[in-house]
Each structure stands twice: as C-alpha cells, then as structure tokens.
Design a protein around this ligand. Structure first.
Ligand SMILES: *Cc1c(COP(=O)(O)O)cnc(C)c1O
Length: 387
C-alpha cells in the first residue's frame, strides 16, 4: 500500500483535458500564520468555500478571456449576477437609470427592492442613444443596459451611452446574455461591467444555472468579489465544470443555431399571418446599422408579432408544438417557445409594438423540421380565429 503522500504526488502527475472539480466548504492552511493572514489572499485567492475554489477560478479566467476582461466573478444564476452588480454599485440616495427593455426580474429587483433601500430608479427608453445625457442628474451613479432588450429586442447605441456616462464618471453595466461574449464584447465598447446569464448559451443544455460578471476595473472586481462572499453567493464546482464543458462547444452550437434562426426568421417574415419579426440582424431591422457596427455574432432568440387574434388562437398554435417546448428559458440545444400577453407588452412606456409576442429560442434540431412545425402551428392559429 502506498501512503497518502505518495498518492498526492501521483495526483500532481495526473493531467487531463478537463478541469478538476475541487469541492470545499473549508479551506485548510499549512500554518497558523497562513490562517491568520488568509484575507490577504483575496480577491483572487482561496480562504473559504464561499470565496471560491480552483474550479471556479479556472472558469472565471476563461469567461474573462472571452469577455476581453481582466476579472470575472461567477454567481449562482444570471439574476444573482444582476443583483450583485446593482448592489455593488448603487446605494441610498443614488439615481439608477435602467433600460425599460431590461430582463423583467432585473427591473423588479430595482423597482421594488432598490427603491426600498432608498435608490431612485428610473426606466429609460432603450433607443435613447446620446440623449441619455438629458436624464443624468447630480446623483446618477449607474446606467444599466441590455442590448438587444428582453422580448422586444431593441438594440442600444452602446458607444453613445458609454461616452455620455463616462464624461460624467457614471458607471455603465450591461446584460450581454443574448449574443453572449462570443457575439458582442461590451467592455471593448467601453462598458465597465458585462453580465451574462451563463444559464443560456455558455451552459447551453438547459440543465445548469449560473451568471458571470466581467470587468477590467480592479476596484469594481474587489467590491463584487467581496459582496459575492459576504452574501454567501457560492457556486458549486460541478456547475462550474458544466459551464466550462458547455463553453467547449459554444461556437459550434451558436453557429448552427444562428444559421437555423436566420432560415426560420426568413420563413416567418414571408408568412401572411406574421406582422413583425423582431431580430436585430434582419435587413428590415430599424437597428441594422448598430447591429453591423457593434456585433460580430447573433443569438438564436427572437420575437414574432402575429396578426390580431384571440388568446385561443395562440392556444391552438402552441398545441401543435412538438419540437418546440413551451417554457421561459432559452439558449439551449432544445428549441423553446414562450408567450408574452398583450397586457404585458403594452404596459411598457417604450415598445416597438403592442403585442402579444411569441418568443422563439432556436436549438439544434433540423431547421426544416422546425419550419414545418411552425407552418402547421400557424395553420392551427388561423383556423382558431373567428371569422
Ligand atoms: C435568463 C436571463 C437572465 C437570468 O438568468 P438566470 O440564470 O435564469 O437567472 C438574465 N438576463 C437575461 C437577458 C436573460 O434572458
């Protein structure tokens, strides 16, 4: 029998292509001195399970590289990443500008919980561009962006907003989940903080939740890492492993999914029951110029406005779905369809249409099968409209 130390030596000689999964609540130290000075290891080092493991740091470095960032902190979900950034950047008495097209739960957190903490939250028009300047106040601390916006898909003029904010030393943060860091690099456009819901494309298989926060700013990084630890927002090493595995195939998955998305969007654009396809990469998009300037790749998520019809027509349509699962998340290998009622869309002050909207996330299924299914579903939709 070998003793423990020789097994440790063997382990050091073991190298595989996949990142080791290190599990820990407790981190142990060689000496009392090491233990007493453990906090000096932060923000990168290891002190306790909540501040991270080597598996987590490997993933963070990988995401930082993809984001053109120096630093990254991963969180238990995309929503946790959003809340963490907001809590790290605004406090009582501050003014927060958030695009009205932001992810719903992000707006809820800001409007309900940050407001309760004394933050003045203002929703602004997604296509505001450099006119954001007119909304700045003495106490404006943060501008929150999301491009394209959730469900309504408006692109934002990121460089114009960033320039205005930077000239007043206002921090900018963006939710970059749609294109992922593969298709758009907000930090290269001057945004201070970029958030992704890794749950979507980086994970890619609808089986893991995670968020990432990337930045080039060491002070912001330190503040966010500290908040992550003291709020106990630890991520599991297994989940880090799954996101890292997802990243291995990110570019091939996205290429296929976006290719199918373009075919399906074209089919829908030509369909007589379709009023509008909301997808920034289309020639007909009002954001086409921004699209070409700021993005190198697309996401596979878009929204569709259909001809006026009662809810029962949508029920008939969704009843035909076999490949499309009915659900709220997106970005994975399985196609998903979601529905946003008219009341929800038209409650927004700034919106490209009144809704309702059908939102499709295109997965890895055969594009022709998906087109056929949509064709059948639209026939059922039409049949259910009372004449
Ligand atoms: C899904 C989503 C999130 C939240 O991600 P979770 O990991 O599900 O919490 C944030 N932003 C956008 C744009 C999303 O679509």
């Amino acid at each position: 029998m070998k003793d423990d130390t020789s097994h440790e030596q063997d382990a050091l000689d073991f190298v595989s292509l996949s990142p080791p999964v290190w599990r820990a609540s407790t981190v142990v130290f060689k000496t009392l001195e090491d233990f007493v000075s453990r906090k000096s290891r932060l923000p990168d080092g290891f002190t306790y399970g909540t501040t991270g493991t080597p598996t987590q740091r490997q993933l963070e470095s990988r995401i930082a590289a993809l984001d053109s960032a120096q630093h990254c902190v991963v969180t238990p979900s995309g929503q946790a990443a959003i809340c963490m950034v907001l809590l790290a950047t605004v406090r009582s008495g501050d003014h927060l500008l958030m695009t009205e097209s932001a992810y719903g739960p992000a707006k809820t957190f800001a409007l309900q919980h940050l407001t309760a903490l004394g933050v003045d939250v203002e929703l602004y028009e997604p296509r505001v561009g450099k006119n954001i300047e007119s909304l700045f106040r003495e106490n404006t601390r943060l501008v929150w962006l999301e491009s394209p916006g959730s469900v309504t898909m408006e692109l934002q003029d990121i460089p114009a907003i960033v320039e205005a904010a930077a000239s007043r030393k206002i921090t900018t943060a963006i939710d970059n989940t749609w294109a992922s860091a593969l298709g758009m690099k907000p930090l290269e456009l001057g945004v201070n903080i970029s958030v992704q819901a890794c749950t979507k494309y980086l994970g890619g298989h609808s089986d893991v939740l995670m968020g990432s926060i990337s930045t080039r700013d060491a002070d912001l990084y330190r503040a966010i890492r500290q908040l992550q630890a003291v709020m106990g927002q630890a991520v599991s090493a297994e989940d880090c492993f799954l996101i890292s595995r997802g990243m291995d195939t990110l570019s091939v998955r996205l290429r296929h999914q976006v290719d199918s998305t373009n075919q399906i969007a074209k089919f829908l654009q030509g369909h007589p029951l379709v009023k509008k396809v909301l997808l920034p990469s289309l020639n007909t998009s009002p954001d086409r110029l921004i699209w070409e300037r700021d993005f190198s790749g697309s996401g596979s998520l878009f929204s569709v406005e259909l001809t006026t019809a009662p809810l029962s027509a949508y029920t008939a349509m969704f009843g035909e779905f076999r490949h499309f699962a009915i659900g709220a998340s997106w970005g994975g290998v399985h196609s998903i369809a979601a529905f946003y009622p008219k009341e929800e869309i038209s409650a927004r002050r700034y919106r490209p249409c009144d809704g309702p909207l059908v939102r499709l996330s295109i997965g890895l299924e055969n594009a022709n099968d998906l087109i056929e299914e949509l064709d059948t579903a639209l026939q059922a939709f039409e049949k259910a409209i009372p004449s």
